[in-house]
Write a protein that binds this ligand. Structure first.
Ligand code: NAD
Length: 260
C-alpha cells in the first residue's frame, strides 16, 4: 500500500509513534525512526522492526526542540531515501502543574517539542511533497487539542496550536495532492501516561488503579484506554487513496471524551 513511500515519524522510539511506524513499515514504507532512549535499545527496536516488516528503517537522533536538528533529520532522510512522502509529527512531552506554579522552562520545552517542531518539519517537507503532487502530514495532537483539563496549560495550548497549524497546512496544500490532519487521541497507555499515573498517585495520595478509574478514564465514556494499534490504523487510512479528501480535520479517537 505504501511501497516506495518514505515516512518520518517523530518520537517513534516508543508509544504511539512506534505503533504508527510499525503499521507504515508493514504497509511497505521506508521508515525514519526518531526519539530518545537507550542507544542499544533503540538499535534493537530499529533492527527488529526492519526484520519483522522487511522495511528499510533508519534512525535519526534529532532533538525536536532544535530546528537545526529537525533540518538534519530531513536531510538524512533525503540522503537515504531521496524524499519525504509522509511526515508524522508525533513527538511530545507533558508536564502537569497549576499555571501559577508552572515552570517557565517546561512551558518553553512543551511549546518547542509539541508545537514548533511540527511547524519546522512541515515547512521543510512541503516543497518535496508539492514536487511529487502527493504528500501526507499527520499531526498527533490530542483530545486536549479540542478541550482543556486543569494543570496542563502548556500541553493544552500547544495541542490547540497544533490543530490550528493543521488547518492552515491543509488549506495551503489543498490543491497539491497533499493532506494534513490531526489525530486527537484520548488516553493511551504509553510511557507518557504511565508517568502521569505515578505523578497523580503521589499528588492525590491514592493508588494507581484509582488514578486510572477516577482521574484518567473519568471523562473517557467507554472506560478503556485507546489502543496504539487503533491509532496506527487511522494514520494508515489517512495515507491511502480513500483518505485523499480528508484534510484539515481533527479526528478524535477518544472513546467519546470530546462528545461531552
Ligand atoms: P511516549 O512518551 O511513549 O513517546 C514520546 C516519544 O517522543 C518518545 O519516542 C520520546 O523519545 C520522544 N521525544 C520526547 N522528547 C523528544 C524530543 N525533544 N525530540 C525527539 N523526540 C522526543 O508518549 P506517547 O503517549 O506515545 O505520545 C506520543 C504523542 O501522542 C505525543 O505528542 C502525545 O502528546 C500524544 N498523545 C498521547 C496520549 C496518551 O494518552 N498517551 C494522548 C493524546 C495524545
Amino acid at each position: 500500500m505504501l511501497n516506495g513511500k518514505t515516512a518520518i515519524v517523530t518520537g517513534s522510539t516508543s508509544g504511539i509513534g512506534l505503533g504508527i511506524a510499525e503499521a507504515f513499515a508493514r504497509a511497505g514504507a521506508n521508515i525514519v525512526l526518531n526519539g530518545f532512549g537507550d542507544a542499544t535499545e533503540i538499535e534493537r527496536t530499529r533492527t527488529d522492526l526492519s526484520k519483522r516488516t522487511n522495511a528499510m528503517v533508519v534512525y535519526s537522533p534529532a532533538d525536536m526542540s532544535r530546528p537545526k536538528a529537525i533540518e538534519q533529520m530531513v536531510r538524512q532522510t533525503v540522503d537515504t531515501f531521496g524524499t519525504v512522502d509522509i511526515m508524522v509529527n508525533n513527538a511530545g512531552i507533558q508536564h502537569v502543574a497549576p499555571i501559577d506554579e508552572f515552570p517557565e522552562e517546561k512551558w518553553d520545552a512543551i511549546m518547542a517539542i509539541n508545537l514548533s517542531s511540527a511547524f519546522h518539519a512541515t515547512k521543510l517537507v512541503l516543497p518535496m511533497m508539492r514536487r511529487k503532487g502527493w504528500g501526507r502530514v499527520i499531526n498527533v495532537a490530542s483530545a486536549h487539542a479540542l478541550v482543556a483539563s486543569p494543570y496542563k496549560a502548556a500541553y493544552v495550548a500547544a495541542k490547540h496550536g497544533v490543530l490550528g497549524l493543521t488547518k492552515v497546512t491543509a488549506l495551503e496544500t489543498a490543491e497539491d495532492g497533499i493532506t494534513c490532519n490531526a489525530i486527537c487521541p484520548g488516553y493511551v497507555r504509553t510511557p507518557l501516561v504511565e508517568r502521569q499515573i505515578d505523578d497523580q498517585a503521589k499528588a492525590h495520595g491514592i493508588d494507581r488503579e484509582k488514578v486510572i478509574s477516577d482521574v484518567l478514564l473519568k471523562n473517557q465514556p467507554n472506560k478503556r484506554f485507546v489502543e496504539v494499534a487503533e491509532l496506527a490504523a487511522l494514520a494508515l487510512f489517512l495515507c491511502t487513496d480513500n483518505g485523499a479528501s480528508v484534510t484539515g480535520a481533527a479526528l478524535p479517537m477518544d472513546g467519546g471524551w470530546t462528545a461531552h
